[in-house]
Design a protein around this ligand. Structure first.
Ligand code: HSE
Length: 428
């Protein structure tokens, strides 16, 4: 077989970019792999601009017929969501067709079933595009670091949140404007709350942690906080502390189990995390022997994600042509061992932003609570020129366990001068 025919289901930003790369890089792909990729069908429920459809491809609105279509060898799933994509992947594998998906939510929630089915049918699921867009991090974990024991991984896994935070900082624009730009650029999920509330990063972290540490991990067990409550005052306050804010997904093996979370961190302006700007993602892997490695690149958007989809298609096409298509043992998904979660995260420094109705003695009363709960205050600031009825006060405290700081916050939130609940950010 010298020609492999591709059906693309979901013809939005990523689906269209995938088709475009296959068409424009056709010769390059053929020279490198010895196989020609051809898009023979594209499927979308909404209308498709004919200019986006590769020459010779047919357009359909129902994906079910692709499962048995004689002109489709491989199915690409770029429609997102769970209900249809789960049926599509199950159906494709059951009908003997390999699949490529960019759907992290689907794999985080149903990866066990789908990878088991793929092995039973001896067919591959390509999923490089599901985590960190164009960064080939899954191949790195599955293959390149296979000889080492990974101890920790952390990174910036949501391009939309990172875009919002860096645009707020660099251009002084507000949250909503930055989000709308990220949506226009095709970075955000169909429902952008998944980006800003941290679920997108959580799903990606779940896949990475399972593969890196080899075990099951239910997504709901990952404590997740997004960037929805971060405001311009926090960005300015972080700047005064020579820091900035990043949404960090982190998993670390400790003596008590896996310390895992997605949450905004205050990071040093000179740190590598701070240097990851706009839609870029970064993943740090820390291994016993390899030490720390950093992988960096565009984490969202049609081109970067489409290029990752095509990389899987090329691998599958090569194996199909050589008659050696097989199901892969995806570490972490085909085992019954559960990853043990640490009952209490490691102590950290914390940043607290209070929004108060100004009166005498607020700092003294807050300081007393913090001290009584065993915290040592590291810095106190007040936002210059804040209105007295919405005054922003910022405290940072030296490393302490999260339950301690949360217990203090509960007491602080009960003060009558509090206008809204405390915003809590972890300090790197
Ligand atoms: N919406 C995601 C992000 C891209 O902003 O990173 C797809 O995973």
């Amino acid at each position: 077989m010298k020609q492999v025919r591709v059906g693309i289901v979901g013809f939005g930003t990523v689906g269209r970019a995938t088709a475009d790369i296959i068409v424009k890089h056709s010769d390059l792909i053929e020279r490198r792999s010895g196989v020609k990729l051809v898009v023979t069908a594209v499927c979308r429920r909404q209308a498709i601009d004919p200019a986006d459809v590769p020459a010779g491809a047919r357009v359909t609105t129902g994906w079910k017929e692709l499962l048995t279509a004689a002109d489709v060898d491989v199915i690409v799933e770029t429609m997102g969501g769970i209900e249809h994509s789960l049926q599509l992947l199950r159906g494709a594998l059951e009908h003997g067709k390999p699949v490529v998906t960019a759907n992290k939510k689907l794999l985080a929630e149903h990866g066990d079933e789908l990878f088991a089915l793929a092995v039973a049918r001896n067919l591959p699921i390509g999923f490089e595009a599901s985590v960190a867009g164009g960064i080939p991090i899954l191949r790195v974990i599955q293959e390149s670091t296979a000889g080492d024991r990974l101890r920790a991984l952390h990174g910036i896994l949501n391009g939309t949140s990172n875009y919002i935070l860096t645009q707020m900082e660099n251009r002084g624009i507000d949250f909503d404007e930055a989000l709308s730009e990220a949506q226009k650029a095709g970075y955000a999920e169909a429902d952008p709350t998944f980006d800003i509330d941290g679920q997108d990063a959580r799903d990606k972290l779940c896949i990475l942690a399972r593969m890196a540490f080899g075990g099951r991990l239910a997504v709901e067990r990952i404590p997740t906080h997004g960037i929805r409550d971060v405001r311009a005052v926090d960005i300015r306050s972080a700047q005064r502390l020579k820091r900035t804010i990043r949404l960090v997904a982190s998993a670390e093996q400790t003596d008590n189990g896996l310390d895992v979370s997605v949450r905004p961190w205050l990071v040093d302006r000179r740190s590598m995390l701070a240097k990851v700007e706009d839609v870029n993602n970064a993943v740090f892997l820390i291994g016993d022997r390899l030490g720390t490695q950093m992988f960096y690149g565009r984490g969202a958007g049609g081109d970067a994600t489409g290029a990752a989809v095509v990389s899987d298609l090329v691998e599958i096409a090569r194996d199909l042509a050589a008659g050696r298509l097989s199901g892969k043992n995806v570490v972490g998904f085909l085992e019954s061992r559960e990853l043990e979660i640490a009952p209490e995260p490691k102590p950290a420094g914390w940043y607290l932003r209070l929004t108060v109705n100004d009166e005498r003695g607020i700092i003294a009363r807050v300081a007393e609570i913090l001290s009584r709960e065993g915290m040592n205050i590291d810095s106190v600031q007040q936002e210059p020129h804040s209105p007295k009825t919405r005054l922003s006060l910022f405290f940072t405290v030296e490393p302490v366990s999260e339950p301690k700081v949360r217990s203090a916050i509960e007491k602080i939130n009960a003060f009558e001068f509090m206008v809204e609940p405390v915003l809590l950010l972890r300090i790197e």
